[in-house]
Design a protein around this ligand. Structure first.
Ligand code: C2O
Ligand code: CU
Ligand code: CU
Length: 561
């Protein structure tokens, strides 16, 4: 009833207020949650423009995919069914998982097959996303619509007075620059992007209640950078980035998001019931060399470049019951890893030849599936310096681990980029970025993690590298809360474990084989400090165990005979 009423109001508003273009209500993606999630990659068609069907790809539907809602600490199993008639992979962008669960280019899902990774969700509350990542086919599959959101929730975020009523006062927004041809079909060449889609909608419109509303923004474009802001320059507060909340809200009137980047903002619509606001992108304010901004030498200007235009109409409607009406003063404490004793590494973003506008590499090397570019150690901290020796900005992304930005062009990062990140825009023409990251929890001498430019044509053309994390030969792993007591050891069909101290809550268990690979999910029974798992089906060998309980991690090893 209420919903119907809302639609009538919106419809009238749309009729009376819409300026030149007819606006369409954007859909809010359905949600999936729980211990087992099924995703099917499939073909579809969508009426982006009335009267024309456009061929698309999607997860569980015609275009884009459901939003996965995960709880930090839970174990999730994802069954990804591939009905594309082509090979693919599915990558959990931003999630801290073992390389074999990450869905990078090495975990190929053959046509008609199902890939079923299983892992414990270890990430902080934030918005992540998933998309195909098959080398050479990423652009083709993502641009056609294969992408979806992941919302991780945790107790720390839950304790804050923030809007989190999905689709009501907490609204996911997937922004994509796209190219449609005369037949209104999606073109894979992103140089001439001529349309912006929001949640798969042209000329999108959303309704929000007259209170503090959280907008979760993803730039899922293949190529272009957004510079978001309101038509009237209304201020908003950024509260979070790629991999977690900020220390405190940061007030902004503009927000730049490169491909792959996410941001959470709070906008106070209190007292604005009945009003219409216009969310825009200001490409004309982007610096030289940022895709979507002013013309770059040797590159054609797309129809939407270097200009500002409306990307979303926002209609303010009635307040909900129990609205959030205040901005939080503080959020979480981000602790940047200490750089003492950290290793260093440098990456050059390079063009071949020097002035090329299409052939980009990292350290002059084209990605090779068979070459691991370097290897680092478990629990190591490293400072990476990424220098951009090209004419254009590149969004640099690392798999498996989030990082903190230490410097951008030699200066401290802006306040809204001081939370956990997994993509950073590296400014052009000798611009540089320094990041720090720590390689925790997962080691695998064979299966690599990726680092790459998130401009999908660059990535597909080889602007990507890979690295492995290997377990230290002995001794000091990440200091856990204590050592697990495991019995019997060697184990047979059953393993019993006891936590050395009070667990924080439910205990979950992860097993790694001697290659550091997470072993498929095991049923675990726990009772107070102790628990047991069935080990009869485990192959013989040495295993590492991690028992996680809230923020505590207990570790141990055992021999399976
Ligand atoms: Cu969003 Cu390696 O990817
Ligand atoms: Cu990723
Ligand atoms: Cu690039």
């Amino acid at each position: 009833m209420k919903i119907k009423y809302l639609y009538v109001v919106l419809f009238c508003l749309a009729l009376s207020l819409s300026p030149v273009r007819a606006q369409t209500l954007i859909p809010i993606p359905d949600t999936l949650s729980g211990p087992v999630i099924d995703l099917t990659l499939q073909h579809g068609s969508r009426e982006f423009f009335s009267g024309t069907q456009t061929a698309t790809l999607g997860y569980n539907g015609a275009y884009l995919g459901p939003t996965l809602i995960l709880q930090r600490g839970q174990v999730v199993k994802l069954n990804v069914h591939n009905l594309l008639g082509d090979t693919t992979t599915t990558h959990w962008h931003g999630l801290h998982v073992a390389p074999n669960n990450d869905g990078g280019p090495h975990t190929i899902i053959m046509d008609g097959e199902t890939w079923s990774p299983s892992f414990t969700v270890m990430d902080q509350a934030a918005m992540y996303w998933y998309h195909p990542h098959l080398h050479g086919k990423t652009l083709k599959q993502v641009v056609k619509g294969a992408a979806g959101l992941i919302l991780v929730r945790d107790a720390e975020e839950q304790a804050l007075n923030l809007p989190r009523n999905y689709g009501v006062d907490d609204i996911p927004l997937i922004f994509q620059f796209q190219t449609f041809d005369n037949q209104r079909q999606i073109v894979l060449n992103d140089e001439m992007d001529n349309t912006v889609l929001v949640n798969g909608t042209v000329n999108g419109m959303v309704s929000v209640p007259a209170q503090v509303v959280r907008l979760r923004l993803l730039n899922a474009s293949s190529h272009r950078v957004f510079r978001f802001g309101f038509a009237g320059n209304e201020a908003f507060n950024q509260i979070g980035g790629d991999g977690g909340l900020l220390d405190a809200p940061v007030q902004l009137t503009r927000l730049t998001l490169g491909p792959g980047e996410r941001a959470e903002i709070l906008v106070d619509f209190s007292g604005k019931e009945g009003q219409t606001l216009f969310f825009k992108t200001f490409g004309n304010e982007l610096p030289q060399g940022f895709p979507g901004g002013p013309a770059m030498m040797g590159m054609q200007l797309g129809p939407l470049d270097n200009t500002s235009f409306q990307v979303l109409q926002i209609n303010v409607t009635t307040q909900t019951a129990n609205p959030v009406t205040t901005m939080p003063a503080a959020l979480i404490n981000n602790t940047v890893w200490s750089q003492t004793g950290a290793g260093t590494r440098s990456f050059g973003l390079t063009a071949q030849p020097m002035m090329s506008t299409t052939n980009f590499f990292i350290n002059g090397l084209k990605f090779d599936m068979e070459t691991v570019n370097f290897s680092t150690g478990l629990d190591k901290t490293e400072v990476w310096t990424i220098t951009n020796q090209t004419m254009m900005a590149h969004p640099f992304h690392v798999h498996g681990n989030s990082f903190f930005i230490l410097q951008k062009n030699g200066a401290a990062p802006p306040a809204n980029e001081r939370g956990r990140k997994d993509v950073v825009l590296v400014p052009p023409m000798n611009g540089s970025v320094k990041i720090v990251m720590k390689f925790e929890d997962f080691a695998d001498p064979d299966m690599p993690y990726m680092y790459h430019c998130h401009i999908l044509s660059h990535e597909d053309n080889g602007m990507m590298g890979q690295f492995t994390v290997t377990a230290a030969a002995s001794g000091t792993r990440n200091p856990g809360a204590g050592k697990l007591i495991i019995s019997p050891n060697p184990v047979g069909d059953m393993l019993f474990f006891e936590a050395p101290e009070e667990p924080d809550g439910n205990m979950t268990i992860l097993l790694f084989d001697d290659l550091g690979r997470a072993v498929t999910e095991k049923q675990v029974w726990t009772n107070g400090h102790s628990g047991m798992i069935e080990t009869g089906s485990l192959p013989l060998g040495i295993y590492a165990v991690q028992v996680k309980s809230g923020v505590k991690i207990f570790r141990g090893t055992f021999l399976k005979l």
